[in-house]
Write a protein that binds this ligand. Structure first.
Ligand code: ADP
Ligand code: MG
Length: 869
């Protein structure tokens, strides 16, 4: 059964693009066939038709080519990869069938079009390479991440159990994994598109060759990675290999691979990011209602992205934090200046993404005009930040490069309104290029030339009412009435006879006609050449422009922080190295803004070695415990990213890690036993927190029975207090825990005050010292509308239980019966639980190579090593 040449082309293209949906250009349409057509009909609601009939019938669907952006956006958002097969020669010039090629494969992590990108969010493509030297497994992973739309490219090596944390920090849209390794961490899998790659794509050789070719170097030493970073290097090479294969454009804008080192930033693990709702809400995963949403007052998308980066990577170096705070303070102090800067920056376009489209050859004339307009804003912005005190502001000023020559050229060349397609023409200004003006004048008919010609011929021949005209069939002609027929010169050739006139053509007019008719084509062609020339000029300044773009983005972020600080009356936090924390009149940054003005109740926090660094917060449901403890975490993160904080006064000892955990029943179930999740996450804290960490525990231990829960919560607090010494806030409804303050010096009690009023309670949201004196569950139940008889019965039962479980002073007998914590320190073990050599050995065992007997022997040996045999 023969295939038409076109369908042959189709199948070749289809083979070249793997699992992507293929959009095949045919004339003015993009068509989809077979399964792709069926999928498109289903997910996009396109009409399914058929190519050919009977046995050869092929399902088909399509849309006009100018609707490409819209359909592409929908498919990408639905998580598909889409290949575009375009006509790569002009159908008019094609001999036989038009040549078609897959011009690119678009996937969620490789977007460059503004119409497909979220302006305020980075769009990363990541790759993960796990250690596959099984015998000697170190459990490390290499991660590389690149933003195709801006060219930023990073790679780093991380402990395997930190993979989820790193992915949560980076937030890639798409992640590459070799086909023979495991999958993405469960709750990240929903948000990250997984693309499988053949294992060889991450091999030492492929990735090395790929990096060397890309950076044009003879070895990888110059990149600043060490021997220990081989996994990171492989991930980076794998990313580039994928971009080469799918993008089919120059990747020259990806000109640097930056090693990412942990230790210079505040570590925030995945669970903490989620529970503090830094960039997404827990409930619906949206940006609204998150910390980043309330903090972001940037006027450019680039600024918003930088601010989000700062929030995702707060600093731990005091000097670096102070430098940012200096910049914010200086801007905050001058309202007129911040307003001027914001106004100036407001006209700035997304220079980073524009430049990427330039260097990948995907820029439109409109993109160039946006670059030009952006450059027009800069002199004013730069002037505003000259001679500033803050080091960072003066650095920014120096980094803003106005590129005056390029700007001058673009202003002269480009029209106000530029089209999206360079081939359409009509975007170069008059007066920029003489030849173009000439073509254009010709194309619109060259009225002057015709007038001159007519006058000249009329004078030579003595024919008075000679007329030059044009029609589509005969082209240009000279019309002469029959009355003057005998004066017609012999070089006039008759073309057409009318009722009382004849129409003639002359060689000169014929030549003119050819010129006019091709002038339009020539003008467009010339404009395209001029466009390419301008694009190359921008390319030549690309580095300077990129650096300027980053400076604009940072400036915008500083202006945003200053504006926020002034508007919401924030204070500059005093940053210290000692692990202390003192906040006066602190407010929750999100509720402070979303609740009605003046209704949020500010609260103080004091955690330090002397006054107690572990605070147990008790109080009824809905009193404000969770809000209060989260607020402390959020303020700390804000301070370390270089922001002022919503408080009257704040002294914050720099934190190395912040942990926030919510007890199981407070969180949506995620498939696993929620209590198991709660304990796994708690284990992480107990194993990794240090004296410089901040720990926020919300109702930990609630996911199990009361005795279980109290006991766990109790011993967790003891451990944090005795062994770790981390600043800790523990909100709990287990009143028993407040007894801990009696036995541990560093533990203090707080509760949220509540007013009882006519058998009802009023929440004051005020944190006060001391433990809550009783549980208000029954009051809350009434508030919630539980029927009165149920409440009455509950009160009876409570009275009975209290009699049984409280001692005469009203203190819990449970707490009393808990043995006091042994005063002497537990024997310090050299290895923390995760690092015990036995654990290492167990990891390294090749189960397939082990006989049952050997297995038993090893078990016995390990038991002995652990001292329990
Ligand atoms: P808890 O954890 O004690 O059950 P939450 O912290 O969840 O209570 O707070 C319940 C509600 O009370 C919040 O949604 C908020 O509307 C309100 N709230 C909490 N703290 C304050 C405050 N300081 N000022 C005003 N309203 C608050
Ligand atoms: Mg709560």
């Amino acid at each position: 059964m023969g295939m038409t040449p076109m369908m042959q082309q189709y199948h070749e293209a289809k083979d070249a693009c793997g699992d992507a949906i293929l959009l095949f250009r045919m004339g003015d349409f993009f068509e989809l066939f077979n399964d792709d057509a069926v999928t498109a009909a289903r997910v996009l609601g396109m009409t399914l038709t058929s190519r050919d009939k009977g046995k050869n019938a092929t399902p088909m669907a399509g849309f006009p080519h100018h609707q490409l952006d819209g359909y592409l956006a929908k498919l990408i958002h639905l998580g598909y990869r889409v290949a575009i097969c375009d006509q790569v020669e002009d159908p008019k010039e094609a001999k036989g069938i038009v040549r078609r090629e897959v011009t690119r494969i678009v996937s969620p992590g490789t977007l460059t079009d503004d119409s497909l990108l979220e302006p305020k969010e980075s769009n990363y493509l990541a790759a993960i390479v796990a250690d596959d030297r099984k015998k000697n497994a170190t459990g490390e992973v290499g991660i590389a991440w690149v933003e195709m739309s801006t060219g930023s490219f990073f790679a780093g090596t991380f402990a395997g159990d930190r993979l989820a944390d790193q992915l949560a920090r980076i937030g890639p849209a798409e992640c590459l994994l070799a086909e023979d390794v495991g999958s993405l961490p469960p709750h990240l899998a929903e948000r990250i598109h997984l693309t499988r790659r053949p294992a060889w794509a991450f091999s030492n050789k492929t990735t090395r060759d790929c990096l060397l070719a890309h950076f044009g170097t003879a070895n990888l030493d110059g990149l600043g990675f060490g021997e220990e970073d081989h996994l990171a290097i492989r991930a980076a090479g794998g990313v580039l290999d994928y971009l080469n294969e799918t993008q089919k454009v120059s990747l020259s804008h990806i000109d640097k691979l930056t090693p990412y080192r942990t230790g210079t930033t505040l570590e925030i693990d995945e669970a903490t990011r989620r529970s503090l709702e830094l960039t997404r809400t827990i409930r619906d995963g949206r940006r609204d209602g998150t910390l980043v949403a309330v903090m972001d007052r940037c006027v450019t998308p680039m600024g918003s992205r930088v601010l989000a980066q700062w929030l995702a990577n707060p600093l731990t170096d005091n000097q670096a934090i102070e430098a940012r705070l200096d910049a914010v303070e200086e801007l905050k102090g001058d309202a007129a200046l911040t307003k001027d800067l914001a106004d100036g920056l407001a006209g700035v376009y997304d220079l980073q993404r524009l430049l990427t489209r330039v260097s990948t050859g995907r820029a439109s004339p409109r993109d160039l005009s946006f670059i030009s307009r952006t450059l027009s804003r800069l002199p004013r912005v730069k002037a505003k930040i000259t001679s500033r005190r803050s080091q960072l502001l003066s650095d920014l000023e120096a980094r803003l490069d106005l590129c005056p020559e390029l700007h001058g050229k673009l202003v002269l060349a480009l029209d106000k309104n530029c089209p999206l397609h360079a081939k359409e023409g009509g975007f170069i200004q008059e007066g920029y290029y003489a030849k173009l003006d000439e073509y254009r004048e010709l194309a619109v008919g060259g009225k002057q030339w015709i007038a001159n010609y007519q006058a000249e011929e009329s004078r030579k021949s003595g024919i008075a009412n000679m007329k030059v005209g044009f029609n589509k069939v005969f082209g240009y002609y000279i019309e002469i009435t029959n009355a003057q027929k005998d004066k017609v010169p012999d070089y006039f050739h008759r073309k057409q006879t009318l009722k009382n006139a004849e129409r003639y053509i002359t060689p000169e007019l014929k030549e003119y006609e050819e010129k006019v008719l091709s002038a339009d084509d020539k003008a467009k062609q010339l404009e395209y050449e001029l466009f390419v020339e301008l694009r190359d000029l921008v390319m030549a300044d690309c580095k300077r422009l990129q650096q300027t773009a980053v400076a604009i983005a940072e400036l915008d972020a500083f202006v945003s922080l200053a504006d926020l600080a002034r508007d919401r009356n924030y204070c500059r936090p005093k940053m210290i190295d000692e692990p202390d924390l003192r906040i006066i009149d602190g407010r929750h940054p999100v509720l402070d803004m979303t609740e009605a003005a003046g209704t949020f109740v500010p609260n103080d926090t004091q955690l330090s070695g002397d006054d107690g660094f572990v605070a147990i917060i008790t109080g009824p449901n809905m009193a404000g415990k969770s809000t209060y403890i989260r607020q402390v975490g959020l303020l700390t993160i804000m301070a370390q990213m270089g922001s002022f904080v919503p408080a009257r006064q704040a002294t914050i000892g720099v934190v190395d890690r912040v942990f926030a955990r919510v007890g199981a029943s407070d969180e949506l179930s995620r498939g696993q036993s929620t209590f198991m999740v709660e304990m796994t996450e708690t284990a992480r804290i107990l194993n990794t927190a240090t004296r410089h960490s901040l720990v926020i525990l919300d109702e930990i231990g609630r996911g199990t029975s009361t005795y279980d829960g109290v006991s766990l919560a109790w011993s967790i607090v003891e451990h944090l207090h005795d062994k770790i010494g981390a600043r800790t806030l523990f909100a709990t409804h287990y009143h028993e825990l407040s007894e801990l303050a009696g036995s541990l010096d560093g533990v203090c009690n707080l509760n949220v005050s509540v007013k009882e009023w006519d058998e009802k309670i009023v929440f004051l949201h005020k944190i006060v010292p001391g433990a809550a004196d009783k549980s208000y569950g029954i009051y809350v139940a009434r508030l919630a509308g539980v029927p009165p008889e149920v409440n009455e019965r509950a009160k009876q039962i409570l009275a009975q239980l209290e009699q049984e479980h409280l001692d005469p002073d009203g203190r819990s007998k449970i707490a009393h019966s808990i043995p006091r914590h042994p005063k002497k320190d537990l024997q310090l073990t050299f290895f923390s639980p995760m690092e015990h050599p036995v654990v290492e050995e167990i990891r390294g065992v090749d189960l397939n190579a082990l006989t049952p007997l050997e297995a038993l022997q090893r078990l016995a040996q390990w038991q002995k090593q652990l001292g329990s045999g």
